[in-house]
Unconditional design. Structure first.
Ligand code: ATP
Ligand code: MG
Length: 410
């Protein structure tokens, strides 16, 4: 965020410039991608005094003042599809004016050395980038006694020229990359209220999937504390898909867990629950038009996430099961959750539905034949339909305020 020591000059137009990432490479789908990206950006900017205009792969967000620029920058960090962004001052395209405008940044940052870097997006501009760099540098040195250092400058003063204006960069913005949400279709994400599944949901969105959430609660045997956590997480996650926020389907699962327990030995049960969760999620997916299931599994993390157990779980699913965290370490997941400001939330005590009736000892490779024997005693497809029928659809809303990075963030 910009330092607040000195406000930027009130009379100079401020804007945020954002550069499209991979979406700009998408060939024939390019227009569709850019439209989705701009629509997503506009939704993310809800309530901010900002006007979005765009020229191809550069989007300009015009704002009235520095406060709005900071707000727009924070929202830009919630829109997948942008690779880079910066807060800029906009001015006329002559070197003197650019130098005068750049003085705002120089007097604020007080660098020991500087260098000017010019990018011409308007290739018809009569001067070359290096001509301009020299001219602007000289004009700055007429205003302040400041040495140029081209190899390792204290302040790299970036200037961009498009067909109508020059943009003097004031501050870089962290963008999140990825593809615009919605351009890869829709998935249902299994959101437990724990740490892994919200991060997995976010990564699914990052590659363009719109996400609806399914949460299995231990009702009527457990209190709904985990459900409240999942809702709070979904609200934060929806900040990344503000245009069409996902709903949570809360499925009361306790009775089906009890039924599965009645037909199986304790150490097989979590895999049986997982297979039934996949069937239920498949029914919900069909109802909401989703084409994949996302989970927070990470290879080998717990006994239900061994290669064997994940394979037999997936066999119960008609849809592909996507596992964005497959190769992540727990510490990496925690770092990401902390950066989102949801780690503490994830760690609040709540009884997890999974261990219900299952016991401590779970096998790392439950034989397929034993699973099928147990399941043959129940009509699990009918139970899956029933579970989806009894699910409550909750709209968790959208959190667009600034994300507070928790201190444990990596
Ligand atoms: P998490 O932190 O996401 O709960 P975990 O490390 O506790 O993950 P498991 O409990 O084995 O792992 O769950 C694996 C995945 O199965 C979860 O990441 C989630 O996607 C899904 N899952 C587990 N329990 C539930 C639940 N009660 N509701 C919805 N999804 C669940
Ligand atoms: Mg869990």
């Amino acid at each position: 965020m910009p330092s607040t020591e000195r406000p930027l000059p009130a009379d100079t137009p401020i804007c945020v410039l954002a550069k499209v990432g991979e979406a700009s490479l998408k060939g024939r789908n390019r227009r569709e991608f850019l439209n989705a990206l701009r629509a997503n950006l506009r939704s993310a900017l809800a309530g901010v005094d900002a006007r979005v205009t765009s020229g191809g792969s550069v989007v300009m967000i015009a704002v009235p003042d520095e406060r709005a620029a900071g707000e727009a920058a924070s929202r830009l960090g919630r829109v997948f599809g942008f690779a880079t962004g910066s807060i800029c001052l906009r001015c006329e395209r002559d070197s003197e004016t650019i130098a005068e405008t750049a003085m705002a940044t120089i007097s604020r940052r007080r660098p020991r050395t500087f260098a000017v870097r010019v990018r011409r997006r308007d290739k018809t501009f009569p001067k070359t980038s290096s001509d301009l760099e020299r001219e602007i540098g000289t004009a700055i040195q007429q205003r302040v006694d400041l040495p140029v250092d081209l190899s390792n400058p204290d302040l790299k003063l970036r200037v961009e020229l498009d067909t109508s204006a020059a943009f003097v960069h004031v501050e870089q913005i962290d963008c999140v990359g990825g593809l615009p949400v919605g351009t890869s279709g829709r998935a249902v994400s299994l959101l437990s209220g724990g740490i892994d599944s919200p991060v997995a949901s976010l990564l699914a969105m990052k590659r363009g999937l719109a996400v609806e959430y399914v949460h299995f609660s231990g009702e009527p045997y457990l209190e709904p504390a985990a459900t409240a956590k999942a809702e709070a997480q979904a609200r934060v996650l929806n900040g990344f898909q503000a245009r069409k926020p996902g709903a949570i389907w809360v499925v009361p699962f306790g009775n089906q867990q009890r039924m599965l327990s009645a037909v199986s030995p304790g150490p097989n049960r979590i895999v049986l629950y997982r297979r039934q969760m996949a069937r239920i999620a498949g029914v919900v997916a069909e109802r909401v038009g989703a084409k994949a299931i996302v989970t927070g599994d990470s290879l080998g993390q717990v006994s239900s996430q061994t290669l064997h157990n994940m394979t037999v779980t997936e066999e119960a699913s008609e849809l592909p099961v996507l596992r964005p965290l497959l190769t992540w370490d727990k510490s990496e997941v925690m770092g990401k959750a902390a950066a989102l400001g949801i780690l503490a939330l994830s760690e609040l005590p709540a009884e997890d539905a999974c261990p219900l009736f299952a016991g401590d000892k779970q096998r790392t490779a439950v034989p397929r034949s034993e699973l099928l024997d147990s399941e043959a005693r129940l009509d699990l497809d009918a139970l899956a339909e029933q579970a989806a029928d009894s699910a409550r659809r909750v709209e968790p809303g959208v959190f667009l305020d600034r994300l507070e990075r928790e201190s444990r963030a990596a």
